[in-house]
Write a protein that binds this ligand. Structure first.
Ligand SMILES: NC(=O)c1ccc[n+]([C@@H]2O[C@H](COP(=O)([O-])OP(=O)(O)OC[C@H]3O[C@@H](n4cnc5c(N)ncnc54)[C@H](OP(=O)(O)O)[C@@H]3O)[C@@H](O)[C@H]2O)c1
Length: 295
């Protein structure tokens, strides 16, 4: 693989959930390359401590943001513009996973997962889009997952949020393309971060009948956590490579697992499609205007 050439580091990146895991690795890497970074966290001091002395001190702005509060998001965007004058790349990274059988997850838990993984992204995009549109340029990376490619046992809520994220990314990309804004959803494989340590990861309402689900979770918590294959520090160069390229990349499949899973997924979909095609294509009225959606 050829080494990465940074074409211009005079760009401003806005990264949500920057105090840990992938967000922190992206932030440190960007600062080391000389980019300017606005990092968001629920705890600003925590974020400042985590980033430490990476890069030029005046290239980093740490902002405390409640991603469910649009006033708080707007304030962080205004702070970013006051300090750096523009925002070039937005990384919607903040997220977490609840786990357990669907029946074990409460309505409140599921909604809290959608709040951060989906509705917070809507909130950020709703408020940053006018800035990017006025600039007539911008790039959005939404950090999705292999869980956005295929449902995974014990992760129905998380996978649902990442399928939703991929869907909103695809719609949004079409809407903002005329303004020079490009969008990529990043279907990332399992990365060695703190995501599996979270309290939200431990199911509370155990239903003993779900033995298979529990043995998967026991394995994940006791053996997989801390041994995930993807090195978070290797993600940034891929994002920069895509950002610096011409043209559109809607989905970026990051990790060998993600590449492999996509192939399996595509084969499964085609297998199901072919099996019933003879019948499932016979649904339309005899006279149909097939050009109703303008391209
Ligand atoms: N690790 C993986 O295997 C993997 C795989 C595919 C996709 N992803 C995705 O990558 C993103 C980052 O995950 P990670 O692995 O880096 O996890 P992590 O180490 O747990 O870090 C998660 C980050 O998201 C923020 N966050 C978590 N819960 C939040 C909440 N309730 N409200 C607001 N912010 C919250 C945190 O921000 P603050 O604490 O700073 O507020 C934290 O910086 C997520 O979207 C995740 O779904 C991860």
């Amino acid at each position: 693989m050829s080494s990465l050439e940074i074409k211009s580091n005079d760009k401003v990146w806005f990264v949500t959930g920057a105090s840990r895991g992938i967000g922190l690795a992206l932030t440190k890497g960007l600062l080391a390359y000389g980019f300017k970074v606005v990092g968001t966290s629920r705890d600003r001091q925590n974020l400042i401590n985590a980033v430490g002395n990476f890069g030029y001190r005046d290239h980093f702005l740490a902002v405390q943001v409640d991603l469910l509060n649009e006033d708080s998001i707007r304030q962080s965007l205004n702070d970013a513009l006051s300090k750096f004058g523009r925002i070039d790349v937005v990384v919607n990274n903040a997220g977490f996973s609840i786990s357990g059988a669907l029946e074990e997850n409460t309505d409140k838990q599921v909604r809290s997962n959608f709040d951060i993984n989906v509705f917070a992204v809507f909130n950020v995009l709703r408020n940053v889009s006018p800035i990017l549109r006025n600039q007539r340029s911008g790039y959005v990376f939404n950090i999705s997952s292999v869980g956005g490619l295929q449902g995974v046992i014990a992760h129905s809520a998380y996978c649902a949020t990442k399928f939703a994220l991929d869907g909103l990314s695809e719609s949004y990309a079409q809407e903002v393309k005329p303004f020079g804004i490009r969008v990529t959803t990043v279907n990332l494989g399992a990365a060695r971060t703190t995501i599996l340590d979270a309290d939200a990861y431990k199911p509370k309402n155990r239903i003993e009948a779900y033995k298979q689900v529990h043995s998967v979770l026991d394995f994940i918590i006791n053996q997989y956590s801390g041994n995930q294959p993807v090195d978070p520090s290797k993600i940034l160069d891929i994002l920069i490579r895509v950002y610096q390229s011409e043209g559109d990349t809607m989905h970026l499949f990051v990790s060998p697992e993600s590449n492999q899973l996509l192939k399996i997924r595509a084969e499964q979909l085609f297998k199901d499609q072919k099996r019933w095609e003879e019948f499932t294509t016979q649904t339309d009225f005899e006279t149909t205007n097939t050009n109703m959606i303008p391209q």
